[in-house]
Each structure stands twice: as C-alpha cells, then as structure tokens.
Design a protein around this ligand. Sequence first.
Ligand SMILES: [Fe+2]
Length: 212
Amino acid sequence: MVLIIGSKYNSKEFAANIILNSINMVDIIKASKRLIYQRTLKNNAPTWALTELAVNKGKKLAKKYRVNRKLVIASLYLAHTIFDEKRKSKIQKTHELLSARFAKKHLDKWKVLAKNQEIILNAIKAHHGKVPTTSLTAEVVKNAECFKFLTLEGCLMFLHDLGRRHMPLDQAVDYVIDKMNQKTNLLTLKDCKREAARNRRKILEIFKELLK
Ligand SMILES: [Fe+2]
C-alpha cells in the first residue's frame, strides 16, 4: 500500500482512476507516441531519449501512486508536441500552453473522453509549475518530467545533445546545471525529492571533475 502523506488529492480521484483503468485506452499511448515522434523529428527537440526517460519514470510513479498509467504516459508524450531547441525562445517559454492547445485537437480526433482530456490537458499545462495541478495524475507527470534532468543518464544525454548543437562544454554544463536547478524546485513528491537530491550530489561531483 502506498501512503501519500500530505496529499491534497482524496480517495475520489483514486476511485475515478479505477474506473479510468477499465477503459480501453491503449490507442492513446500509441497515437500520442506516434505524434510526439513526428513532432520531435520536425522540431529537432526535445531529445528523444529524454522523452523516453520521463515516460519510464512516469510508469514507475503511476504504479507507486496508483494513478492511471495511460493518462500519465499520454500526458508525458503530448507535453512537448510544440517545442523549440532554442534556449529561452518564445516557444520554449510557452510550450506547455501551446502543446496543450495542439494536443486538444488530437485528443478530440482520437475521441478521448472529456474527463480524461481534462486530466491530460491540465497535466501538460502544469508540468512547469506555472499552472496548478488539479489531479494527482498531473502531479505524477510533473515529477516524472523533472527526472529528465535529475538523473546522471538524463544529464549526460542532454549534454551530448548540446554538443551536437556545437555548444562549448563549459556553457553546456552550465545549461544542464540550470535545468537541474529548475527541476529540483518543481519536485513535490517526497520520494522523488529524496532520489533527486542523491542523484544531484553525484552529478555535480562528476561535472566538477569534468570542468577541472
Ligand atoms: Fe516542458
């Protein structure tokens, strides 16, 4: 049994998720994965391996926090359907709202139930903490997303991608650390905070060596 200490979400959401789990939504995962893959090729970002890293973390957290796995996965795939690799560009700064708007058209086309759309769209809009989450599912999505930059694997994949973009190593390391700091501040789930703090110490040690 998983205890969610201090959670603002009640048992109604858990009950709703049991109902949601019984709905055949296999296609939404395939459809959203296909869509983000096409969009990633078009936008050249985000790094595909990072998307998969967040999805894998989302699967584990969905099980632990007993929220609908399919909604978590679909949200994580759809959250960056509108994106741009240019740091601090207008698109990067507003990609949550832009991606939610873009995803809505596809969710309608895929005939996703309004109740599920509501959860997915809120999870997309809220994954950078600018909009409040309205479900534990969205909270899980937000925390899973953070691990793109709070695991050694994720940081090295991002560093590798920045190298591909010809960014000098010292600037690239600064960028990764900046992302790591942003994501640390977004974490809300206690076990994620603990895990991230451990990872962060190791990553910073390695980066220190790298820049010696
Ligand atoms: Fe994002």
